[in-house]
Write a protein that binds this ligand. Structure first.
Ligand SMILES: [Zn+2]
Length: 439
């Protein structure tokens, strides 16, 4: 066992024992612990807070010479956990005899916080300093409810303190195997969120005389069944285009809907779980989630609404969301009025960069390949990419032992745990990356 594995295991156990379930978060004690840890290693540290109990940590190791700023970003808040559903207490940090460390945040994402922080501190303690530029460690609060007092606060209120050229954050890194090759995703962007409100109108009436009114709720039925049956066609952006190219051996320029179908078919052959994880990268998704009609059981509703959670590939906007909706609804779109209740663009970093080259080189040493992917959901990288358009930000934490099909279902679920060997190897990755990129 390497020194970095032993150290990162101990620090992750300690970090998991801070209960940082958000809401309310209460990240202050965890942030203070990491602040002390990095300051002892020679980092200059500063805490910035929008709310006193929820500070954010910025730790800097500066070369004093001009050059790139490499940022290691993570959040210490977690989603909730119900101990009754777990085999180990979610705040125990237990390590079992198979080498798994248990607890809420073991994957999302206290493990990456620890990988980044322990790597940075080991560099600091060893006397290493960047040859140029600076290494900055950002540990933030409040990611799980959107980053209002975390990454959003930092990038909007203190951009000069968190400006960077390269950023590593959560989003990908677990592997899957296809035709004898092991592929690790590197997350290059997050999808945008364009939430739709569909409203049907009718006439109210007494429910004892059903033919007397015009039931707005019934008008939603054909709309809802279309949404249940179909998803929009393929809308390609660069990272998934390269993913499909790599997995099918097709030149990136020739990737089309057929290549995407072939990609998903191949992944289904590996594990039936994989297509559901990968398919949303290839286009717009529509998920009806909330409906409302009459407030009284004996009144025929004059109005009925349906909310649809719509996710759009990064860089694309409401026009693409609307086109996808019309594609699925067809003529049933005439039954409803359509408007947006929320519009948030997704952001993208180019999949080719010096940072990607370093990740690729690292993975090849472990006989694996890097493939660009998109995150169907949200991460704090969005706030950083929005604030710094030139930034290269990727989501990457390498898992060599636990495959993607094991990691993905455990995030936000009961029995969240990580292989301590993965934790140690990821810490070694963050350790070597800073030395190479800031040499
Ligand atoms: Zn997370």
């Amino acid at each position: 066992m390497s020194d970095l594995q032993a150290e990162s295991t101990e620090v992750l156990q300690r970090l998991i024992r801070f209960n940082t379930v958000n809401p309310p978060g209460n990240e202050r004690a965890a942030i203070q612990y990491l602040d002390d840890y990095l300051r002892a290693a020679g980092f200059e540290t500063e805490q910035l807070a929008a709310v006193p109990e929820r500070p954010n940590l910025i730790a800097t190791l500066d070369s004093g010479a001009p050059g790139p700023v490499l940022g290691y970003l993570s959040h210490v808040d977690t989603v909730l956990a119900n101990p009754a559903e777990w085999q180990h207490d979610p705040w125990s940090g237990d390590v079992d005899s198979d080498g798994f460390l248990w607890g809420r945040g073991a994957l999302d994402m206290k493990s990456q916080t620890v990988g980044e922080v322990v790597a940075a501190a080991a560099l600091g303690h060893s006397g290493w300093r960047p040859g140029r530029g600076a290494l900055k460690v950002f540990v933030v609060s409040d990611e799980e409810t959107g980053g209002e007092v975390g990454a959003r606060f930092l990038t909007e209120q203190h951009p000069d303190k968190v400006r960077c050229d390269y950023l590593l954050n959560e989003g990908a890194g677990a592997a899957f195997e296809l035709d004898g090759t092991r592929y690790h995703g590197v997350c290059c962007g997050e999808k945008g969120i364009f939430r739709l409100l569909l409203r049907a109108r009718g006439h109210a009436g007494h429910a004892s005389l059903p033919r007397n009114g015009e039931n707005a709720l019934a008008k939603l039925a054909p709309v809802l069944s279309r949404l249940a049956e179909a998803q929009p066609g393929v809308t390609l952006t660069e990272p998934p285009r390269q993913l499909a190219a790599a997995l099918t051996g097709t030149p990136a320029g020739d990737v089309d809907a057929d290549t995407v179908a072939e990609t998903l078919k191949r992944l289904a052959g590996v594990d039936p779980v994989l297509p559901a994880l990968v398919e949303p990268m290839f286009g717009v998704t529509l998920a009806p989630t909330m409906a409302h009609a009459s407030d009284k059981i004996n009144v025929i509703p004059s109005e009925a609404t349906l909310k649809v959670d719509c996710r759009v590939p990064p860089g694309l906007g409401p026009d693409v969301a609307l086109a996808a909706l019309h594609e699925v609804l067809g003529e049933t779109a005439e039954l409803v009025e359509i408007s947006f209740s929320e519009e948030v663009y997704g952001y993208l970093s180019p999949p080719e960069s010096p940072l990607m080259d370093e990740i690729r080189t690292y993975l090849r040493k472990h006989d694996a390949e890097a493939v660009p992917v998109l995150l169907p959901g949200y991460s704090d990288s969005s706030w950083f990419r929005r604030a710094f358009p030139e930034l290269i930000a990727y989501g990457f934490f390498p898992h060599h032992q636990m495959p993607l099909t094991q990691v993905a279902p455990l995030v936000h679920s009961a029995d969240e745990r990580i292989s301590v060997r993965d934790l140690g190897q990821a810490t070694e990755f963050f350790h070597s990356l800073a030395r190479t990129l800031l040499a």
